[in-house]
Design a binder for this molecule. Structure first.
Ligand SMILES: Cc1cc2nc3c(=O)[nH]c(=O)nc-3n(C[C@H](O)[C@H](O)[C@H](O)COP(=O)(O)OP(=O)(O)OC[C@H]3O[C@@H](n4cnc5c(N)ncnc54)[C@H](O)[C@@H]3O)c2cc1C
Length: 535
C-alpha cells in the first residue's frame, strides 16, 4: 500500500504539530505517530516555556543565561534568533487557544515562573501541566484542519532516499542526496506502508529510554536520530545528555519528574541527615545549572551510600503548593508523600538529549527535502547544556522557520513528478518466536548506558560500554533480517545505534564540559575542544 502527500511529518509532539499547522497552508500534510497522538514528551512537560515578558527582563539577559548554560558551545546567532522570536511564538500559542496561567493580582499579565540558571522570572506556564495544555490546543487545531491527516500507531522505519532508489536501479542521477518519504509500519496489522512525500520532517523527540532511569515516556527511543543517521544525516554533540536532578524516587513511580520550578519557588535539596548540601558545590546553590545539581547529587549519594536525596518545599503554604503544583501534589500524594508536610525523595534521571541531527537555522539537514525539528535536532541553541524550559521554545521557533522554508521548497519540487518508490521488501523474514532476546538486549543496553555512560564517565567505562553495545549490534544485525519487523525490534535497533553514537561522541571529547564529565579529563579544554562533535 502507498500514500502520497506533500509533507510527511514523523511525530505528533509540539514540533510536529506546530510544523503541520504552519505547513498546511502550502500543501497536504500526513503526520505519522507511533502511539496515540498525545503520547509525546511534550505532554509531560511541567515547568513551561522560557520567554521574555517581564518589564524587569530583556532579550540580552535571556541570551546571556542561555550562553552561560551552554558552557561555550552555543551558536550565538541561533540563541539570539530563538530568544527574539520567543514572545511572538507564545502569542501565537495563545491565539490557538492555549490557556497559560495569569498573575492572581494582575489577571492581564502572564504568570512567570523561575527556574535554575535563569536570572529573571520568565517561564510561561499553565500551572505545572504546561505540556499537556499546549498539546491539547495544538491537537484541537490540527483536528479542525482538513489538509492534515494523523495516522496513529504508525511507526517510521527508515527514509526513502535517492541513493536507495539508485541502488535499486529505479533512478540514475549524481546530484545531491534527497529524501522522498519513509517506510512506515502500521503497528496494529504489521503492514509496512510506503509514504511518498516531497518534504519529510523528523520530529520524533528525544532518547531518554536508552538509559535505565529516565523522566521520558516510552516513545523516547531516539528513532529519529537513528533513522536520520542511517540515511546519511550528520549527528552532533551526542555526548551531551541532560540528567534532570529531581525525578521522584519511589518503587512504584515510573518516570515522574519533580519540576525545576519547585526549586525555583524555594525548594531545597537535603541529604538523608536533613542537611542542605548544594552550597558546598556552587554559589547558586539549589538553583545552579542542571549539570551541576545532578553531579552534586551523584557525589552526595556516592559518599553516603544512600539511594536518594530529598527536595523540601513544605515551608511554603499548602494553598500556594496545591494551586501552583497541583499535578506534583496529587501524584506524590498517590504515593503517600504529602509535599505540604514532608520532603520528596528524588534522584537524577536521563531527561533531555542536547545533541541530535545537525540542522541549519531553518531546521534543514544536509539531505535535500529533509528537515529535523524539536528535541531530535541539534540546532546550536543548547550547546553543552540546555537551559531549563528552552526546549519547547526551540521546537516552536524551528517548526515555524522550517515550515516557511519547506513551503518554498515545495513549490520547486512540484515542477517534477514524484518518482515511484518500491514497496517494502520483507525478503524471507518470518515471525519471531524469540522475543526474549529482544527484551534481554533492551535491558542490557539501558543498564550499560546508565552504569558506564551516565553522569560521570571515564575512558575505561566508555571502552567497556562500546564493546558491549557492539556485541549487541552484531546480534541485532543477525536477526533483524530474519524476522518480520515489529515495534520492539525496530526500537531495539534504534536504541543500539543511538547508544553507539553517544559513546562515540563521548569518547572523542577529551575534556569535561557542560553535561559531559570524564574523570580522566576533569577540566575544560577551550584550546582544543571549544567545538561541536560532529559524526
Ligand atoms: C517529564 C518532562 C518534563 C519536561 N518539562 C519541560 C519544560 O517544562 N519545558 C521545556 O521547555 N521542556 C521540557 N521538557 C522537554 C520537552 O518536553 C521536550 O523536549 C519536547 O516536548 C520535545 O518535543 P518534540 O515535539 O520534539 O518531541 P515529543 O513531544 O517527544 O514528540 C515526539 C513524537 O514522535 C513520535 N515518534 C517517535 N518515534 C517515532 C517513529 N519511529 N515513528 C512515528 N512516530 C514517532 C512520538 O510518538 C511522539 O508523537 C520536558 C520533558 C519531559 C520528559
Amino acid at each position: 500500500m502507498g500514500i502520497k502527500t506533500d509533507f510527511l511529518i514523523i511525530g505528533s509532539g509540539i514540533a510536529g504539530l506546530s510544523f503541520a499547522l504552519h505547513a498546511a497552508s502550502s500543501g497536504t500534510v500526513a503526520i505519522v505517530t507511533k502511539k496515540e497522538r498525545m503520547d509525546a514528551s511534550t505532554n509531560y512537560a511541567q515547568g513551561g516555556i522560557a520567554s521574555v515578558f517581564d518589564l524587569d527582563d530583556n532579550f540580552d539577559l535571556h541570551i546571556q543565561d542561555t550562553l552561560k548554560s551552554g558552557d561555550g558551545l552555543c551558536n550565538k546567532k541561533i540563541v539570539e534568533m530563538v530568544v527574539k522570536d520567543g514572545p511572538e511564538r507564545i502569542r501565537e500559542l495563545i491565539s490557538l487557544g492555549v490557556n497559560f496561567s495569569h498573575q492572581q493580582d494582575n489577571p492581564e499579565k502572564l504568570d512567570l515562573g523561575m527556574e535554575g540558571g535563569h536570572s529573571r522570572r520568565r517561564v510561561v506556564h499553565t500551572k505545572d501541566r504546561t505540556g499537556s495544555e499546549v498539546e491539547r490546543a495544538l491537537l484541537e487545531n490540527v483536528k479542525e484542519n482538513s489538509k492534515i491527516t494523523i495516522y496513529e500507531d504508525y511507526m517510521a522505519i527508515d527514509l526513502i532516499t535517492k541513493s536507495k532508489l539508485i541502488k535499486r536501479g529505479i533512478i540514475s542521477s549524481e546530484s545531491k542526496e534527497s529524501c522522498w518519504g519513509a517506510y512506515v509500519l502500521n503497528i496494529k496489522d504489521g503492514e509496512v506502508i510506503t509514504f511518498q512525500s516531497r518534504i519529510t520532517v523528523i520530529a520524533t523527540g528525544g532518547a531518554g529510554k536508552i538509559y535505565l532511569y529516565t523522566s521520558n515516556p516510552d516513545i523516547a527511543t531516539g528513532d529519529g536520530i537513528a533513522i536520520g543517521y542511517r540515511a546519511g544525516v550528520k549527528a552532533a554533540n551526542m555526548e551531551f545528555v541532560q540528567f534532570h536532578p529531581t525525578c521522584l524516587y519511589h518503587p512504584l513511580a515510573k518516570n515522574f519528574l519533580i519540576s525545576e520550578a519547585v526549586r525555583g519557588e524555594g525548594g531545597i535539596l537535603l541529604n538523608s541527615k536533613g542537611e542542605r548540601f548544594m552550597e558546598k558545590y556552587h554559589s547558586l546553590k539549589d538553583l545552579a545549572f542542571r549539570d551541576i545539581v545532578a553531579r552534586s547529587i551523584y557525589l552526595e549519594l556516592k559518599k553516603s551510600g544512600d539511594e536518594c536525596v530529598y527536595l523540601d518545599i513544605s515551608h511554603k503554604s499548602p494553598d500556594f503548593l496545591t494551586e501552583r503544583f497541583p499535578n506534583i501534589y496529587e501524584t506524590c500524594l498517590n504515593y503517600q508523600i504529602d509535599i505540604t508536610k514532608q520532603p520528596i525523595p528524588v534522584v537524577p534521571a536521563a531527561h533531555y538529549m542536547c545533541g541530535g541531527l545537525l540542522t541549519n537555522e531553518n531546521g534543514a539537514t544536509n539531505i535535500r527535502n529533509l528537515y529535523a525539528i524539536g528535541e531530535v535536532a541539534c540546532t546550536g541553541l543548547h550547546g553543552a547544556n540546555r537551559l531549563a524550559s528552552n526546549s519547547l521554545l526551540e521546537a516552536l521557533v524551528f517548526a515555524k522557520r522550517a515550515a516557511e522554508k519547506a513551503g518554498k521548497e515545495l513549490k520547486e519540487n512540484r515542477r517534477s513528478p514524484l518518482t515511484k518508490a518500491p514497496q517494502w521488501d520483507p525478503g524471507s523474514a518470518t515471525d519471531s518466536e524469540e522475543m526474549i532476546v529482544v527484551s534481554h538486549n533492551w535491558d542490557e543496553i539501558r543498564r550499560t548506558m546508565w552504569n558506564y555512560v551516565g553522569i560521570v564517565r571515564t575512558n575505561k567505562r566508555l571502552a567497556r560500554a562500546r564493546v558491549r553495545i557492539e556485541n549487541i549490534q552484531e546480534e541485532i544485525k543477525e536477526y533483524y533480517w530474519d524476522f518480520i519487523v515489529n515495534r520492539d525490534l525496530l526500537e531495539l535497533r534504534n536504541i543500539a545505534l543511538v547508544a553507539e553514537l553517544i559513546i562515540t561522541c563521548a569518547s572523542m571529547r577529551k575534556e569535561s564540559r557542560g553535561l559531559h564529565y570524564n574523570l580522566d579529563y576533569p577540566d575544560k579544554d577551550d584550546e582544543h575542544w571549544n567545538r561541536d562533535t560532529v559524526i
